[in-house]
Design a protein around this ligand. Sequence first.
Ligand SMILES: O=P(O)(O)OC[C@H]1O[C@@H](O)[C@H](O)[C@@H](O)[C@@H]1O
Length: 340
Amino acid sequence: MQQLQAPLLYPVAACKHQRNFSLTQPSRRSCLFKARSDRRQAQHASPRSRLHARVTAAAAPQLAEGPNGLQKVLLKNSSGGSAEVFLHGASVTSWKSDKGEELFFLTKKAIYAPPKPIRGGIPLCFPQFGPFGNIQNHGFARNSVFELSSGSEDSVTLSLTPTTDLHRTFPHDFQLLVTVKLESNSLTQTLEVENRSSEPMPLGVAFHTYFAVSDVDSVHVDLGSPGLTFLDGTQGKAQKKLDGSTVKLQEEWDAIFTGTGDTLKLVDEKAGRTITIKKDKNLPDAVVWNPWEEKANGFADMAEGEWRTFVCLEPALAASGPTQVQPGQTWTCTQVLSVS
Ligand SMILES: O=P(O)(O)OC[C@H]1O[C@@H](O)[C@H](O)[C@@H](O)[C@@H]1O
């Protein structure tokens, strides 16, 4: 597996994602230190480069160390929201609303040891969802360490290209760019996959988002239209049809809904909070998952009773996939999360 370290001071990337970006130090203290030294250098610079240094230092994202020294990017916006994105898996492990409320579940027993994926936030299923393909369950992106490509205070782009090891199981050259952008009470995540090989590349995807809920009993998922069909993973993927347009979680759910519209909602009645997911047409499926008590007790990386406090609602290209990305083509998909 890829074990890349971001350099302490990253060059400004010369690509279409380029934004003001220069500072990638591993701790708050060294970030401040770097900002101070930037200011000192700026005092001896021309007026134009002084302005550039101020803009760059103000706009750069901050890099910090998580458990086991794993690096994560800290994003914040002017309205008080924040997010954290690990280079390991490009996993977004925290998203806080403008009023500082944590919206993602992250297990207390999360394993921060690549290639183990981090359970919580948004693990990425790429280039395969679940068992729909020839490689490992949910693909390898969540097990891989990404590189920092570009960023600003409220946005970051991470990049993954295949290692020689990966080529043995997935013989395709590609670049995956994952961009996370924070706005007022909103988080946007975009994948861009460029097929750099001469053969079509099979692709399945999911944003496997673990939303924090007050109690699984007091939430429902609104899928937007009635009578959708789904594959029921609790019953050997039997095809079923949903009565109405909502799922109330009162037992284990592991359902892949196909042909969903562009909007999904997770309504937490007890918390008085609604998460809205807008997804584009490249994500026609939606997965609803909660393992319930017995299965949750079988997970080494889930603490007792935590299963009650999350629901996974995952825009996906799952049962409707995989698609084939043609040589030289770039395939993209986006989810926009907002809270009200
Ligand atoms: O334990 P994992 O590999 O992260 O997968 C968790 C769940 O992910 C869901 O998306 C699948 O529908 C479930 O079948 C699966 O159990």
